[in-house]
Design a protein around this ligand. Structure first.
Ligand code: ADP
Ligand code: ASP
Ligand code: MG
Length: 411
């Protein structure tokens, strides 16, 4: 039997009614003759609640216990979905990550999937099971502990299963009807894309467009998974949603494909650091070891052999970053005058494959922000993106202004 993977995000399984509705979608695909792997998220809000419990209990928590706690939301929805399907006379059972087993690295909180053996589930399909309901977001480490794949990780679970089972397609059901030129919740002119190239989706995701987890796009690109994003609230046709596909499958596209933002960023500056070989490594080595995801980095021109070093990271990693920096300083690895933390910044980025062959895109971005009176604090670029760090209060304004300036509402 051909295999189909269907993933339902938090809002699509937010209550018993929605689970019922999602189960009906699954039934439609079962009736077409597919063996279906359903991947579910926790009910919306549930993972945030669990993360909140962890933070209330322990600020610098043991990441193994964090995973034991925050993975639990998916267990509930997987069981409920299996029960619902059974009520509809569809042979189904739930699988927690360790039961499959979804083997991951031991990087708790952001583990990577290493292997998904297909024999257990295939044996059940062979015995007549029609739907395997898999708890998304979770796996098991080589040490036998429960791991999680990072926020939004159920998308990655879904794509990894699609690759492991050679699925015909991986359908990601969510609360919007596809991938848009930017988040439709903050820009009403956002336009739904019928298709988007893997590389553009990869950049948009990694720059904050949470409609797909970055790693899921990476895996889909590597294993050639046909990945579709669509709404669980609307009627589904064969060409519904957005197909994430190879660049060659897309006929025309704009220079800029989309605008992404990441709201919860922080900017940290170490002032008056000795400017000598090895200092960057002395600063960023311990940060990496502490699990801080350093993003943009700027080193200022040095004066009298001393310089300022600025970097950004997610706001919830600031405490870890401060601890790592102060510990390294106390050990005598380097010195600085002040550690200045700005918790009020956001990152806004434009993305497009067309930037490879068009000059002036960054200049137009800066001009647009200037005309809105938005000050740019840090700039970062790559071949197909330009990112800026700005005051968080201007974030939505900046996204809308850039969407207008690059005429993304037009095809
Ligand atoms: P799920 O719970 O189904 O995984 P998410 O909340 O993780 O859903 O992702 C869907 C959300 O992603 C949308 O509600 C939307 O606000 C947001 N989003 C951000 N950027 C985009 C974009 N470019 N296109 C579509 N949705 C986007
Ligand atoms: N429930 C997890 C989260 O909220 C995983 C997911 O929904 O993809 O991040
Ligand atoms: Mg998600």
């Amino acid at each position: 039997m051909p295999v189909l993977v269907m993933k339902f995000g938090g809002t699509s399984v937010a209550n018993i009614d929605r689970i019922h509705r999602a189960a009906k979608r699954v039934a439609v695909e079962v009736a077409k003759g597919y063996d279906v792997i359903v991947v579910v998220s926790a009910m919306s809000g549930e993972t945030n609640k669990l993360v909140g419990f962890v933070n209330e209990t322990s600020q610098l928590y043991d990441a193994r216990e964090y995973d034991a706690i925050v993975s639990s939301g998916e267990n509930v929805t997987a069981g409920l979905m299996a029960l619902r399907l059974q009520e509809m006379d569809i042979p189904a059972r739930s699988w927690q990550g360790w039961q499959v087993p979804v083997k991951t690295t031991s990087a708790h909180g952001s583990a990577r999937i290493e292997e998904i053996p297909s024999d257990n589930i295939n044996a059940k399909f062979a015995q007549g099971m029609k739907v395997a309901v898999v708890a998304g977001f979770q796996g098991i480490s080589p040490e036998g502990r429960i791991t999680t794949l990072g926020r939004g990780g159920s998308d990655t679970t879904a794509v990894a299963f699609a690759a492991a089972f050679n699925a015909e397609r991986c359908d990601i059901y969510t609360d919007v009807d596809g991938v848009y030129t930017t988040d439709p919740r903050i820009c009403e002119k956002a336009r739904k894309l019928d298709k988007i190239a893997f590389e553009e989706m990869l950049e948009l995701a990694s720059l904050g467009a949470k409609v797909l987890q970055t790693r899921s796009v990476e895996l889909a690109m590597r294993y050639k998974v046909r990945l579709r994003v669509l709404s669980s609230f609307e009627e589904v046709s064969d060409d519904a949603g957005t197909l994430v596909c190879d660049e060659e499958e897309i006929m025309e596209s704009n220079v800029v494909a989309g605008v992404a933002y990441s709201r919860d960023e922080a900017k940290l500056t170490l002032t008056s650091v000795a400017d000598r070989p090895g200092v960057a490594s002395a600063i960023f080595g311990p940060l990496a070891e502490a699990g801080v995801n350093v993003d943009m980095i700027v080193q200022n021109i040095s004066e009298d052999g001393r310089t300022d070093m600025t970097f950004s990271c997610p706001i919830d990693q600031v405490k870890r970053a401060e601890k790592a920096i102060n510990t390294a300083r106390d050990k005598g690895d380097y010195n600085f005058s002040d550690l200045v933390v700005d918790n009020g910044v956001a990152k806004v980025s434009i993305v497009g494959i067309g930037m490879r062959s068009h000059a002036g895109v960054a200049a137009k971005m800066f001009k647009t922000l200037a005309s809105e009176g938005v000050n740019i604090k840090v700039i970062g670029t790559s071949e197909i993106k330009v990112s800026v760090l700005i005051d968080r209060k201007y974030m939505e304004l900046a996204v809308q202004a850039l969407h207008d300036a690059f005429e993304l509402e037009k095809n």
